[in-house]
Design a protein around this ligand. Sequence first.
Ligand code: T1G
Length: 697
Amino acid sequence: MSEVVRVSLEGNVAVVSVNNPPVNALGIAVRLGLRRAIRQAIADDRVQAIALVCEGRTFFAGADISEFGKPPTSPILREVHEEMEDCPKPIVAGIHGTALGGGLETALACHYRIAVPGARVGLPEVKLGILPGAGGTQRLPRLVGVPKAIEMICTGDPIGARQAHEMGVVDEIVEGDLRAATVAFAARVVAEGRPLVKVRDRNRLIEEAARQPDLFHNARAHYAKVKRGFLAPQHCISAIEAATQMDFDAGMRRERELFTELLESAQSAAQRHFFFAERQASKIPDIPPSTPRRPLDQVAIVGAGTMGGGIAMNFANAGIPVVLLEANKEALDRGMATIRRNYEGSAKRGRISAADVETRMGLLKPGLQPSDVSNADLIIEAVFENMALKKQLLTRLDQHIKPGAIVATNTSTLDVDEIARATVRPASVIGLHFFSPANVMRLLEVVRGEATAKDVVATCMDMAKRIGKVPVLSRVCYGFIGNRMLHAYFDQAFALLYAGCLPEQVDKAIYDFGFAMGPFAMSDLAGLDVSWRIRQERGETQPIADRLCELGRFGQKTGAGYFRYAEGNRTPQPDPEVAAIVEEEGLKRHGKRREIGADEIVSRCMLALVNEGAKILEEGIALRASDIDVIYVYGYSFPVYRGGPMFWAGQTGLDKVLEAIKAYHDAGCGDVWRPARLIERLAAAGRSFADYDKDRA
Ligand code: T1G
């Protein structure tokens, strides 16, 4: 048998065992091996049933995503499934880890499925911009019903083994040795003469749904809203609908058509790029996986404000004890109360239990003395964004911090090297830039200073995953990767206001491009006063924004900013008072206003991101273009179905990107439009940022 698929005989049961690390992806070798094993078992008279199990950490985690985009090699998964489903001997799948995508579809082509309690099953293809292409849209609704199938397939979220058992996806939950349990179950099926259940023949639930056509209309409307701009969820619904309108084989053909359409789409290419980009981000070329880690059993957070409180929750959520420090009791009590309110809110929404609230609050220890950080392995300062304040604080804490502890700053813009030099342990200083709200946003920008030790970087990259964050490494520059690019993006957003746009116009274009919100609604959410104070400290001005702040319009928190907000409502309403200020300042700057369309708005804002991103790559601040994509999708709601700004530029074509950037430069739109040399070089060579990453991998 092949090295990835082995067959052995246990009694009258052939055990087909697959071992294709790291996640038993159903690549060609596995498909060939599976088909050969099934044929061998059918031909062997000693065999009366087949047990299918996987070695390693998980059952099949799906098709091999790295094979996509290449010509399909036979047998494709559906062909293997047909032979399995038509096998005259019962096949039992034994599931552990995550049976996902083609993995669950393979189990659904078996006659029975059993699972260990910790297993999870799901069809996450929609997260790759495709749909389950090996029968998932035809077989799953036959087992769980159409509404549940729509939910599982359109969200792509896996379910636990127990829920899968309740819903009939899994026939039995087994404890202990899964291989033995699968063999025993298969032998029992033979001994009890149980039928060969083909999921394809179970039509009751889809016939029921065929009598409720609104199901699909409502689902389309729902996912058009919650998955705005995504193609795949709508195709998923069409494929499931086909299962209720035609027989199984015709439904499978329709699934294949819809699958192929999505597989060839720009959106799926973007989402598959993002799948691997997210996994690449945690790999640091000069810090091998074998790099020792520092202990991280207790954490101290200095500053119990919005950021400090949110950061503390991440560690308590992960079961890590946290000391939360403040300068005075009033601020400390306020911070602790906010955390409890957040947890109780989550419990009310059923996300956690009341017991979880108490467990997590129990892990939070309030502190008022600098010495309260003395046991911490990691100290994170989250005080106001002021260099002098941060340096003074860390200098004061230094004497209380134990040797080997990691000192992190949550600064979003300031020079981490300068902060490190204010301590006696620059090698143990690192930037950990959380995004607001810190207990929700998944991105963590890990800022490596010139002195930061490799084990500190390695420990923090691991820590990020432990608290449910996606870490991306940045070197030190003003604003690191995300905020530095955001500066260029906002520059263009303001330039568009002075030239002829109103905030609602810019925001609509960016929203329609796929962002969760435009730059001005985003500023209203973050608060205009934060950036106003930073501008004042840096002696910078932004006339439109400054005038709004002078009027006390700080955004949502004051009910008015670039937009007006009705009491208790977060929907931005255009405001003539703002329009008047924008027009006045625009005329002051350009003497005239001009009509600007959505294309120019999107082009200027996105290309500003791309050009600055390319400069960041040139300077080595970011390791990869794909890291920048991860930062913008997770940190700034860049639409994942466009892959991130750098991938989007590659899909657009760097020659066109360069041409447009040069046009803005030549039109006098400012020196920010000096094309990055990297773009000129790649465009001249007909290459993309993805090629650039490959060359450096
Ligand atoms: N194909 C190829 N490589 C994969 C892979 C896959 N399906 N899944 C994971 N890897 C690689 C990954 O890149 C990483 O590599 C390593 O495995 C460990 O992954 C016909 C068409 C299973 C929950 O979408 O969700 O089936 O970085 O770091 O955090 O309908 O991986 O070490 O070099 O993520 O423990 C559907 C995708 C495919 C599941 C494990 N399946 N995988 O998480 O490890 S489409 C999926 C995951 C399909 C059919 C269709 C997760 C995981 P490297 P990891 P993890």
